[in-house]
Design a protein around this ligand. Structure first.
Ligand SMILES: O=C(O)CCC(=O)C(=O)O
Length: 318
């Protein structure tokens, strides 16, 4: 039995996820990360290359940067649709990202046990003006709307994700399994807050809008690592192209809820800090039967019931 599950969520077959999650979202991440295949990382950690983010913008300058539209090209929109993800250069300035990194670090340090290897925190936008400006940013929300081909998006949630030095892989998964949203028009902006070389564990993507269908029949395993292994074997057998390159300063990715993704271990001495924000097209409904893989989703859509349109006060239009 997986040690992160309660008696209720552990019950039944290993592929049975029908009950709802009954712990917090940080415990959800502890569970989900334990499903990653492969040996625990070992050996010395390397120092990342020095990075000078340059001058740090004032609050007003950062707010202005976050409000400025990003010139999304037709080729970038087409790439997102064909590949199920796109990596975009120069979305935010290195100095702006450094300000977000410092603030997010303070918030994580105040809230999370330092012994945890994959540290997470959500709904920071409710407590912090800087995070609010980033999470509700017209620049980032505008890219999300442009990629989905809609006028506006709504926020599902924000997420701080810090993979600490030495922490292991993120297992292969797709977010349609995770978010209880009944639509393909859902995407996540993955915003690294420092340059992220391969050895730090950048997010990696299985290319192709329909690639998820290759692994539809791989049985989920809530106790162990067989699902992650099965997905990776199927992708190898299907010669799926995996984009696993580094992220330069200011570069960020947008991946569809149908994009399979994973991330390597962090083999550096610095935390791999990321702000991940998930947006969806206005009018999307909650699925009829959320599962334990959705975590504590009610925190992000208070008052909503299965089948209802997602439009709570915590899902503002951007
Ligand atoms: O940051 C990671 O390692 C995983 C993040 C992820 O799965 C996501 O943002 O959808």
């Amino acid at each position: 039995m997986n040690p992160y599950l309660s008696a209720t969520t552990a019950a039944g077959a290993a592929s049975d996820v029908a009950v709802e999650w009954d712990r917090g979202n940080d415990q959800w991440w502890d569970w989900y990360m334990s499903l990653a295949d492969g040996p625990a990382p070992s050996g010395p950690l390397s120092d990342p290359a020095p990075h000078d983010p340059g001058p740090l913008p004032s609050d007003d300058a950062l707010a202005a940067e976050l409000a400025e539209p990003y010139p999304l090209s037709d080729a970038q929109v087409a790439a997102y649709r064909a590949d199920s993800f796109v990596k975009l250069p120069g979305v935010l300035s290195p100095g702006g990202l450094e300000r977000l990194r410092v603030r997010l670090r303070e918030m994580l340090d105040a809230a999370v046990d330092p012994a945890v290897g994959f540290q997470s925190l959500e709904m920071m936008w409710l407590d912090d003006p800087l995070l609010r400006a980033a999470v509700l940013s017209p620049r980032i929300g505008g890219i999300a709307a442009g990629l989905l081909g809609v006028g506006h998006v709504r926020l599902y949630h924000d997420n701080a994700l810090s993979k600490e030095p030495g922490a292991g892989r993120t297992p292969w998964h797709f977010d349609a399994h995770h978010f209880p949203l009944a639509s393909a028009d859902v995407l996540t902006a993955w915003i690294p807050l420092q340059p992220t070389p391969r050895e730090m564990g950048p997010l990696a993507f299985a290319r192709g809008a329909d690639t998820w269908r290759l692994v539809e029949d791989v049985a989920f395993d809530k106790h162990g690592t067989s699902y992650d292994r099965g997905v990776s074997e199927a992708f190898r057998a299907g010669e799926v192209d995996v984009e696993d390159g580094p992220f330069a300063a200011g570069e960020m990715s947008f991946h569809s809820a149908h994009c399979f993704h994973t991330a390597g271990a962090n083999r550096t001495t610095a935390p791999r800090m990321v702000l991940a924000t998930t947006y969806f097209a206005d009018g999307v409904r909650v699925v009829d039967a959320p599962t334990m893989v959705s975590g504590d989703w009610r925190k992000f859509i208070p008052g909503a019931e299965p089948g209802a349109v997602v439009a709570s006060g915590l899902n503002p239009l951007i």
